[in-house]
Design a protein around this ligand. Structure first.
Ligand code: HEM
Length: 177
């Protein structure tokens, strides 16, 4: 395939992809704060910020699924060995499934939280059920670990294509003209 033949995902889909990437990685890293001893006011502030970004990720995820289903994402055709294509697909579907699980379990964790969870300080998602909170939170943490592992593979593969193979895989999702 020549350089001129690179077909990218649609501009809108690429923006959604990169905005989600920044938000999800930020949340993965910042969420580690919840495992430390935090003063109550800091925990409440973090819960408000975390749930606000989480709701934005939910909206972007819905948009992404609609774009995919309606064909508005674009579908670049890559000439890669079958096994590589298959592995990439398994990892990509895994990321979709684990991210959806993270979002659903995040909402459930917020719902059972004994502390108020107030996105943008507008409303409170928490109904407070300390008994179930720890269990639901464990599912949230488990799906986050799975997502983190798959994202590591995905980012590693993207960098390998960009800097080692120097092929057009990364180009399909690159921002810009
Ligand atoms: C991109 C999606 C998300 C990521 C990467 C993420 C990440 C995290 C992480 C790393 C933790 C700490 C878990 C642990 O290690 O035990 C956490 C806890 C939590 N998350 Fe999420 N989360 C996401 C989405 C959401 C959403 C959508 C909500 C609700 C609107 C939410 C609500 C919570 C709550 C309530 C906790 C427990 C905080 C506490 O211990 O007090 N999360 N999240």
């Amino acid at each position: 395939m020549s350089d001129n033949a690179v077909v990218r995902y649609s501009r809108g889909f690429r923006w959604v992809h990169w905005i989600m990437s920044v938000l999800v990685i930020t949340m993965l890293l910042a969420g580690q704060r919840f495992n430390t001893e935090l003063p109550q006011d800091e925990r409440l502030f973090s819960l408000a910020g975390h749930s606000s970004l989480g709701l934005v990720v939910i909206v972007l995820m819905l948009l992404r699924v609609v774009m995919r289903a309606s064909g508005k994402a674009g579908r670049p055709v890559l000439e890669l060995p079958r096994l590589q294509l298959l592995t990439a697909q398994v990892v990509q579907y895994g990321i979709y499934i684990s991210l959806i699980a993270v979002l659903i379990t995040g909402l459930a964790t917020a719902w059972h939280s004994p502390l108020p969870v107030e996105p943008l300080k507008l409303f409170n998602l928490a109904r407070g059920d300390a008994a179930l909170f720890e269990q639901v939170r464990a599912f949230h943490a488990g799906s986050i670990s799975l997502l983190g592992g798959l994202l590591t593979l995905h980012i590693g593969a993207a960098l390998w294509h960009r800097y080692m193979r120097r092929d057009q895989v990364f180009e399909t999702m690159r921002l810009g003209k």
